[in-house]
Design a protein around this ligand. Sequence first.
Ligand SMILES: [Zn+2]
Ligand SMILES: [Zn+2]
Length: 60
Amino acid sequence: MVPVHAPAPATSKTSRQLQQFNCKNCGAKHYARSCPALGRHCHICKAKHHYARMCPQKNS
Ligand SMILES: [Zn+2]
Ligand SMILES: [Zn+2]
């Protein structure tokens, strides 16, 4: 009888995958840091990094 100390099977809880998210700046779903609105100027509030249609200053 040989005690077997088998290593636990690889239980990868989370494989580090990039997660897409719904961006509040451009309104699209994309990976972080790949926002197409980055560097854009909003013509409503003159702030950067969001589209006018996603402008927080815009009254609906
Ligand atoms: Zn975006
Ligand atoms: Zn704006």
